[in-house]
Write a protein that binds this ligand. Sequence first.
Ligand SMILES: Cc1cc2nc3c(=O)[nH]c(=O)nc-3n(C[C@H](O)[C@H](O)[C@H](O)COP(=O)(O)OP(=O)(O)OC[C@H]3O[C@@H](n4cnc5c(N)ncnc54)[C@H](O)[C@@H]3O)c2cc1C
Length: 529
Amino acid sequence: MTAFSRRSLLGGAAAAAGALALGARSAAPAAAAPGTVPLTREEHRVVVIGSGFGGGVSALRLARAGVPVTVLERGLRWPTGPNAETFPRASAPDKRLLWHRSSPNLFGRPMLFEPYTGLVEAVPGVNMTALCAAGVGGGSLVYQGMSLQPTREVFDTHFPQELDWALMDRVHYPRVAAMLGLAEAPDELVASENYRAARVFAERVRRAGMPLSKIPMPIDWDFALAELRGEMKPSYTNGDGAMGVNNGGKHSVDVTYIAAAEATGLVRVQTLHEVTDVERAPDGRWVAHVLRLDTTGAVVENKILTADALIMAAGSLNTTRLLVRAGAKGLIPGLPDGLGQGWGTNADRIYVWTDPDAEFGAPQGGPVVYGSKNWDDPRSAHTVIQASIPPLSIDPRSTMMVGYGVSDSRGAFAYDSARDDAILHWPADGDSDIQNNHIDPAVRRIAGPDGMLIDTNALFPSTWHPLGGASMGAVCDLDGRVHDQPGLYVLDGALLPGNAAACNPSMTIAAVAERALDNIVARDIGTLI
Ligand SMILES: Cc1cc2nc3c(=O)[nH]c(=O)nc-3n(C[C@H](O)[C@H](O)[C@H](O)COP(=O)(O)OP(=O)(O)OC[C@H]3O[C@@H](n4cnc5c(N)ncnc54)[C@H](O)[C@@H]3O)c2cc1C
């Protein structure tokens, strides 16, 4: 493919008007024909599929308990450090942005690149395109890093009370916060020229009489201050790190949980290993069918791994797709009826906010400084934050606001035999209550009468926060054990009940996994594991 797109991410989002979702490039991955590439068989005690939040927590806690773990990760490692050029710049995306099997339509328009085992996969469904990441560290590579813990009231309204918010508040959320080194942007940075947009947002939120707080981020902000002093090329302070921060200083899962897991000597992460099918063997053990890829996505080896225990941590979309396919094809008989259901979007909304009179500045520093947590009513709780836009050659008089919140709307995955894939079906009016009656009005109050807003999701329905599909209660117990499938676990965003209690999901995915691993280590090692 020779046609390369050279547009900034903002350009793609704002230009989404009228664009329709394109289909995926290909359906589910297929093994190379027998004989064309080697087939290898391996036996392991525990196989974890995916190296994001759920996979990172699982690998570390099991290894610290003395259990050897093999992590299968379809994507690459993305090492960073001062002045690195590892990640694609948001202002000039290239092939590194896109997972080779992704729909090219990330933001309402196709991004056409050479096939590459890149960072983001867009999964188109009916009425909804959901996005997720690929690479060691999973979503933490490209996420902004907003790390919010829900209040007890909102959590207890939308999560099973047996999870015990008080225990998680005392033990598991703080443990995650410590692992990720959470910190708020320092005032010295926020007062700088590059953070005008953050200051305008704060002033407008205060003027609207809404709550304002700094958002905890997994960032060593000294890196951003060093950029301002000219000691490193800008990555934080010009908004160009929206698809990965090149300079480092971001405590993503690869450099925290996964690095600590590998340091035990008991964890091996196999990159460019894409699991195509999961299966229960006649002896009750678990089988992962794997393609080893090169960086163009071509298959160089077929592998079959058998393990005593299989931990699904491929993220809400891919854990659910793998399990629904396994159920439909009879590879795992007796999976729970609720599998593939109870899936939610976190009611995500991304707005481009333009105001000719506002001094948002260009470039705009990021990733995120402030948010407005409107959490008083647990049934309509929602959050609005300001995020920087990538650097442009002119001052666009624009910035971004992002909203998300609780919602009862749910979608479901259904197996399509023609595509050999589980396809997401989302109701056309899903999330309309929280969005039309709460998030939109909040964003409009902040923007004020002179602010112009483009709701990019109304033009191209999408979410960066897929949740559920193999949820606690219907499919798993609270520790992620799949009902009636001894040795099979779900420990990622698929386990959540379709929402994250008005927060970005990563803190809660990791804290739920931390809580589960405490119990799994105490009860399952030596029996199921
Ligand atoms: C652009 C962007 C911004 C975001 N911003 C925020 C934010 O600010 N705050 C926040 O809390 N959340 C944010 N999120 C969401 C957050 O990243 C996810 O909720 C979180 O990463 C999900 O964790 P997980 O453990 O469920 O799965 P993931 O972190 O998605 O990890 C799953 C891993 O499994 C791998 N995998 C998938 N399928 C296979 C397979 N078949 N074989 C082998 N490996 C496989 C993937 O490559 C990936 O590495 C953002 C997401 C995106 C994409």
